[in-house]
Design a protein around this ligand. Structure first.
Ligand SMILES: C[S@@+](CC[C@H](N)C(=O)[O-])C[C@H]1O[C@@H](n2cnc3c(N)ncnc32)[C@H](O)[C@@H]1O
Length: 445
């Protein structure tokens, strides 16, 4: 009898994972991406029809498992979209990330570093100090859901605990459910942004309708009992305001520390900060080491945010210019420079993805550069600006190996830079996100 189209089949997966952590199975001349499948496993899986240009499948069971397979420690794993690789041992996750970086550099960038940096890793649980939690009122599922999106759907996984969120935020989740449930506008709250600083935790509750008079005491009680800073956001980012500590009481500034550089970095809860404090410290220290700084250096820090790399660089005595798209961030960077008694770092705001941006940047006089762009990379800077400035040493910190590889191709194969070192950094354990660092030296070296 002919097999029905979607019957489960037995197959063996490829030796490496897809970029998003799914297993890859070649079956009947098709390539299926199957969540939960690890490299070189014999599995039974149900192939799905083509969706959005590719074939996916559902793992039914593992027949012969990969050496790296472990029992996922989190009860929500497999449904919650927050993590992708908890079923892989931490060392194997690191290997996957290093492999992905190597593949991207070779396949997209046609480059190979002179030496590979050993992948950097740290504590793999409760590392996440910044997140946006989705909120939804679904009576059929028992009321208010707070958590991350489910994998591949618009639904939310309602979390009572989370192994990647900062422990203080994870511990707040049950109380957060209760708080939102009690608010008059619980059907009109789409998101809660959370930020865990060195001493304090802050929450920003986005609401689409005004609160009523009964809501404020609930919010104040939540802030007081849980000792968190509580903010409301009724409209755009400028509408964020504090409800606890109760105004006019002062709200301590959130901050994180970079002890290797004796720095205190203040930020607002909606500001970009690197999500993983421990790994951020390691990456900053490594980047500074790779810049081989001397006091007479002049260093440009592009996509500088609130000065996370600029101020550690400035501690060497080098002159630093940080450039970043958000004015509020360059102001915060300037504030952090003052706070830490640093006078050799300046900050400018500019859109570095805008055609012609290079004309507003210094045309000479900077011999070293740090680049830490968003996922889209720094193509314009690399192709239009670097040939003008010709920095002799570039440290590129990336959160997307594909755009790093594209930019490395331009630097190495078109402009004659050498790629000295590259390596993966496990900034986001249990997810497929790959942070990496790469060091380039100019044609004169
Ligand atoms: C990966 S973050 C790095 C921030 C900072 N280096 C740090 O370590 O905290 C990327 C930064 O690029 C900034 N950015 C995004 N798009 C930009 C653009 N078009 N022009 C300039 N900066 C941009 C973001 O505001 C963000 O601060």
């Amino acid at each position: 009898m002919a097999r029905k189209r979607n019957d489960p089949v037995v197959a063996t997966s490829e030796a490496s994972l897809a970029h998003d952590g799914r297993g890859v199975i070649k079956h009947k001349e098709r390539v299926y991406f199957v969540p939960g499948v690890l490299p070189s496993e014999q599995v039974e899986f149900t192939p799905f029809n083509k969706q959005r240009g590719s074939f996916a499948g559902r793992l039914e069971h593992v027949i012969t498992s990969s050496e790296g397979r472990v029992t996922p420690p989190c009860e929500y794993f497999g449904v919650c979209g927050g993590c992708a690789t908890q079923h892989l041992a931490p060392a194997a996750q690191l290997h996957f990330k290093a492999q992905l970086l190597q593949d991207n550099l070779q396949r997209i960038g046609h480059v190979q570093p002179q030496e590979w940096l050993e992948p950097l890793s740290g504590e793999s649980f409760h590392y996440r100090r910044k997140a946006r939690l989705g909120v939804k009122f679904v009576p059929k599922k028992g009321g208010v859901l707070v958590g991350f999106r489910e994998k591949g759907t618009a639904y939310l996984t309602s979390l009572k605990t989370c192994l990647t969120l900062d422990q203080r935020i994870s511990d707040l989740l049950p109380a957060l459910h209760e708080l939102v449930e009690g608010l008059s506008v619980h059907q009109r709250i789409p998101q809660i942004e959370v930020a865990a600083a060195h001493d304090d935790v802050a929450l920003i509750i986005r609401h689409l309708e005004p609160l009523n008079d009964d809501d404020l005491p609930l919010l104040e009680a939540f802030g007081g009992v849980n000792q968190v800073q509580l903010m409301l956001q009724p409209a755009g980012p400028d509408s964020i305001h504090v409800v606890w500590p109760k105004p006019p009481a002062s709200v301590p500034a959130l901050h994180y520390l970079l002890p290797d550089f004796d720095l205190t970095m203040q930020f607002r809860p909606s500001d970009f900060i690197q999500v993983n404090a421990e790994m951020n410290r390691k990456v900053v220290s490594l980047a500074v080491e790779y810049l081989e700084l001397r006091p007479d250096d002049r260093v440009l820090d592009l996509f500088c945010g609130l000065g996370n790399f600029s101020l550690p660089i400035a501690r060497s005595g080098a002159q630093v210019l940080g450039v970043e798209g958000e004015i509020s961030m360059t102001e915060q960077a300037g504030h952090n420079a003052k706070l830490n008694d640093i006078s050799n770092a300046q900050f400018n705001a500019a859109n570095l993805h805008l055609e012609g941006a290079e004309k507003g940047l210094p045309q000479s006089g900077y011999n070293k550069m740090l680049i830490d762009p968003p996922r889209s990379g720094a193509q314009l800077i690399v192709s239009e600006y670097i040939p003008i400035l010709k920095p002799q040493r570039i440290v590129y910190v990336s959160c997307n190996p594909a755009t790093l590889a594209r930019d490395a191709d331009i630097l190495v194969n078109q402009q004659g830079y050498k790629l000295l070192t590259a390596g993966a950094v496990d900034m986001f354990p249990h997810t497929a996100h790959v942070e990496s660092i790469a060091v380039f030296v100019g044609p004169l070296n």
